[in-house]
Design a protein around this ligand. Structure first.
Ligand code: CO
Length: 223
């Protein structure tokens, strides 16, 4: 979900319901030309080493922007790439990824110009989503001093995008799922990235964690 789109540059009027099905047939034909057994192999199971938690924004597709293929990244996307403590959808994906698929990396990927983050910075009511974005207002509150000091609104929005990733990486570390994996000595790192839609480039925020040693004491579980 992003507010900063310019409609005339994003004409999707040629995208039709039927066209998607045609596109699928073309995808299958092209793939089979390269490897006749591709889908047989893919159907045998998945062992992705990475869980991607990203924004639902249509311009941030996990596979394309990392040049990966089906089977290589386990993906969870929601508005503004949030890791919310009580979100059963996210927790179920995380649990399956960590405990069944045994992914080695969980990456929270935000993106500059994120409509969800920008909406959270403002005062307009968008609807039920206001309650989802409330979590980002908490991120703002936690970093209010730094953010208020940034006069340029775009720069402030960019910084809130980064801080939102930072806080959501922290939220991941605080889950019982990630703490349990670390307690068991499982090889698991969590990372925070930001994608710039206008360049296509990902920046590693270098906030990776692979143990709960940096967690404030109140969040540490005795497992
Ligand atoms: Co977004």
């Amino acid at each position: 979900m992003c507010a900063n789109t310019i409609p005339e540059l994003h004409d999707t009027s040629h995208i039709t319901y039927e066209g998607l099905l045609e596109g699928n047939k073309e995808f299958v034909a092209n793939t089979l030309k390269i490897d006749p057994h591709y889908f047989d192999k893919l159907a045998n199971g998945q062992t992705p080493p990475v869980l991607w938690i990203g924004c639902a924004d249509s311009r941030v597709p996990a596979n394309q922007i990392t040049r990966t293929m089906p089977g290589e990244i386990f993906v969870h996307r929601n508005i503004a790439n949030m890791v919310i403590h009580t979100d059963m959808n996210m927790l179920s994906v995380l649990d399956y990824a960590v405990n069944v698929l045994k992914v080695r990396h969980v990456i929270v990927t935000g993106h500059y110009g994120c409509g969800g983050v920008l909406a959270a910075m403002g005062n307009s009511s968008v609807g039920i989503i206001d309650n989802w974005l409330r979590h980002i207002k908490d991120v703002y509150r936690l970093h209010a001093e730094e953010l208020i000091a940034i006069e340029d609104e775009k720069k402030r929005g960019d910084r809130l995008v980064e801080l939102n990733v930072f806080e959501n990486v922290g939220n991941l570390c605080k889950t019982s799922i990630v703490q349990n994996a670390w307690k068991k000595g499982q090889d698991l790192s969590v990372h925070g990235w930001v994608y710039a839609i206008n360049t296509g480039l990902i920046t590693d925020l270098k906030i990776s964690q692979n143990s709960n040693s940096n967690l404030e004491n109140v969040f540490k579980f005795v497992l």
